[in-house]
Design a protein around this ligand. Structure first.
Ligand code: HMG
Ligand code: MG
Length: 302
């Protein structure tokens, strides 16, 4: 099957990457991370989340981060907003896109946002309306679309059901998320295919964690299924505090390397991303998990 000639990369490290860090990352570092990423050419940076600081203390400085960044014209800055309180903070901070997030698994929705899937959709209704009125883009994320740490298997029909609810809310984009990185390519094609039957594939994003080392293969499968939006995290940072054992998102450097080899354009500067990966890993005190990033650095040192 044919591949897209261009892919939009949504860089999620400042949010999904850092949210799981145990030690608080200085606000100045978070700001510099967002700025380095926008300067590297990402069209969309998921910068922060406006969630309860009791639930995710690492994101408590979201407003300060948004106030401190140097906004690059053309970059969309996104923020997670689980409810109207989060939305109001996001609007005040001047984000371009808010992300509502539920799950295809009831058990995970309960652990992550403390309510059922249906309750979460009801909670998102005023957020969607407020976003529409404010002219702010709306994106919907579906966690555990390829498997759940509590429930195990997740039927594709459950993913389609949440996707349709998001569409009814007016979402511009819908993320199919493999929160715990358990999916494999055939499953990706089945789930993406099922969602794409109801929603224009140009509005569907692949958000894959790399726990089982399947993320690159899964992205290729998603591209073959007509998907052209991919979420990645520099240095492979990340994990979800409510999905024990899940590792980071697929590393941006690895995805950029693969896409370059496939002659797929992204508009992102690979070398700048490698530098940024080394820089943030240094601040976190451990090597990043990007194979391509580490290979480039090792080659330089040889
Ligand atoms: P709750 O405890 O049921 O909510 O949490 P509540 O309304 O009873 O509020 C409890 C307290 O939180 C109150 O404060 C609220 O004011 C405050 P108190 O009166 O006790 O002092 N509060 C807030 N504060 C700041 N911003 C807000 C906010 N809302 C309430 N927006 C809630 C429900 C949804 C708030 C909570 O469960 C929560 O914040 N969850 C977020 C969990 C999270 O961020 N998880 C990680 C992101 S999702 C993810 O990583 C998956 C993804 O990457 C895709 C994938 O890979 O699957 C997107
Ligand atoms: Mg995630």
């Amino acid at each position: 099957m044919s591949l897209p000639s261009r892919v939009k990369i949504v860089e999620v490290a400042p949010r999904d990457g850092l949210q799981n860090e145990k030690a608080f990352v200085d606000t100045a570092i978070k700001i510099e991370l967002v700025d380095r990423l926008s300067a590297a050419g990402f069209p969309n940076v998921e910068a922060v989340s406006f969630v309860s600081p009791k639930w995710v203390p690492q994101m408590a400085d979201a407003s300060q981060v948004m106030a401190g960044i140097a906004r690059r014209p053309g970059t969309i800055y996104s923020a997670l907003t689980p409810n109207l309180k989060g939305f109001e903070a996001a609007r005040a901070a001047g984000v371009h896109e808010v992300v509502i997030f539920s799950a295809a698994s009831e058990a995970f929705a309960q652990k992550n946002i403390n309510c059922s899937i249906a309750e979460s959709i009801a909670r998102f209704e005023p957020v969607a309306q407020a976003a529409r009125e404010a002219g702010i883009r709306l994106r919907g994320s579906i966690s555990c679309a390829l498997g759940c740490p509590y429930q195990g298997e997740v039927p594709a029909a459950a993913v389609v059901d949440v996707a349709e609810r998001y569409l009814a809310l007016g979402c511009d984009e819908i993320d199919v998320a493999d929160t715990i990185g358990v999916g494999t390519p055939r499953q990706v094609q089945a789930v993406m295919g099922a969602v794409a039957q109801r929603i224009d594939p140009s509005r569907i994003a692949a958000h894959f964690h790399d726990t089982y080392g399947q993320a690159l293969a899964n992205i290729l499968a998603a591209l073959q299924a007509g998907i052209a939006i991919v979420h990645t995290s520099v240095a492979g940072l990340g994990g979800c505090p409510y999905a024990k054992g899940a590792t980071g998102n697929v590393a941006t450097e690895d995805v950029l390397y693969m896409l370059r080899g496939l002659d797929i354009e992204t508009g992102v500067d690979f070398d700048a991303v490698v530098e940024t990966g080394q820089w943030i890993a240094g601040h976190l005190g451990r090597p990043g998990s990007s194979r391509a990033g580490n290979a480039v650095v090792a080659k330089r040192a040889a």
